[in-house]
Design a binder for this molecule. Structure first.
Ligand SMILES: [Fe+2]
Length: 344
């Protein structure tokens, strides 16, 4: 009898503990009690992220806790944290690492209306990530050192004695995307040969900012960059700007549309808040705000780009149906080639 009573008392205690626990965690199923905050793992530029977060917080009353990190590191962190990750949303400077998270089963499906806002080449065919903005691979050059007409019709042809010591690059995630496009266009063998030439005769810089500066200062003739770094420099230097930008529009992988990707985590502690954040990012309001605060292109059709940029139709590399973000699913291959060439 004594044991039975003790067991009953213990069960009551356990029940009370569970009720108290649920109430304090706000997990009792009542929407009003759910957390009014989300955690965003952010690797995208601060100038883009901060105004959007502020506008979202003001509009919804949901607080966004930002954990800043590198585009290449945040997905690994989430993979390590697994189901216990505090991340609700990940927003980074590339999309291939999101493919990696999807393959590990760590992303949640996005709703139809969000997917419908993003043209097919710029989102996951299975609907688990989208590009939140678009950036273009382009060439920045110094007209004192190279005339526009001299830039070869394919970046593959930069690997020649004419360009020794004249080509700047940075081993960024975007560069990796471009290498994948080269593999798809020219095959692994030619791409590896090109990378070996670049390692031997190219000029490696820390990042795209360092490249645009070196080109502008005449230390190197041209560089492979993301378009917006040129416009940031242009806004800073105004009349003092020497460098110019060249867009490949003939389908060559010298031009490529890449995405800054966003996704909701499968184990998001606040899935509704996470979905609301992504929906806001892709809304007309969110896209306009992004365009005002950056030199990236809106991904949502009908939203005008920053007036400092040429119209997208004029600079579209016309190859997104081959190596737009939706087709960059084997980015490990590019990484392998970069390692083989001794670049990263
Ligand atoms: Fe960037």
């Amino acid at each position: 009898m004594g044991v039975g009573r003790k067991a009953a008392a213990l069960m009551v205690l356990v029940a009370l503990f569970l009720v108290a626990g649920c109430a304090s965690l706000g997990g009792a199923g009542n929407a009003a009690e759910r957390p009014k905050s989300i955690t965003l793992y952010a690797g995208q530029h601060k100038e883009v992220v901060e105004p959007l977060v502020k506008a979202f917080e003001e509009k919804t009353g949901i607080t966004v806790r930002i954990r800043w990190g590198e585009t290449g590191e945040l997905p690994n962190q989430i993979a390590e944290e697994g189901a216990r990750s505090p991340a609700d949303v990940i927003w980074i400077e590339a999309t291939p690492p999101l493919v990696g998270l999807k393959e590990r089963g760590l992303l949640a499906p996005l709703p139809e209306d969000v997917l419908a806002a993003v043209p097919a080449p710029y989102r996951d065919p299975e609907g688990q990530w989208v590009s939140a903005s678009l950036r273009l691979r382009a060439v920045v050059y110094n007209p004192d050192l190279v005339k526009e007409a001299e830039i070869p019709a394919s970046i593959l042809d930069l690997a020649s004695p004419r360009w020794e010591g004249q080509v700047a690059y940075a081993p960024s995630g975007a560069f990796q995307g471009q290498i994948e496009a080269m593999v798809q266009s020219f095959g692994e063998e030619k791409t590896l040969e090109w990378l070996r030439w670049l390692k031997a005769h190219g000029e490696m810089y820390k990042n795209n900012t360092a490249i645009t500066k070196a080109v502008n200062d005449g230390r190197v003739a041209l560089g492979l960059i993301n378009n917006y770094y040129f416009y940031i420099q242009k806004a800073e230097l105004k009349d003092q700007l020497k460098a110019r930008i060249y867009f490949y529009t003939n389908g060559d992988p010298g031009g490529q549309v890449l995405g800054a990707g966003v996704a909701v985590l499968k184990h998001a502690p606040n899935p509704e808040g996470a979905q609301a954040f992504v929906a806001f990012l892709l809304s007309e309001e969110g896209q306009k705000l992004m365009a005002q605060n950056s030199y990236e292109y809106p991904v949502r059709e009908g939203v005008p780009a920053n007036p400092a940029l040429p119209p997208f139709s004029e600079v579209d590399p016309k190859n997104s149906d081959r190596f737009g973000p939706a087709y960059l699913t084997d980015y490990q291959r590019a990484l392998k080639l970069l390692q083989e060439a001794g670049i990263s």
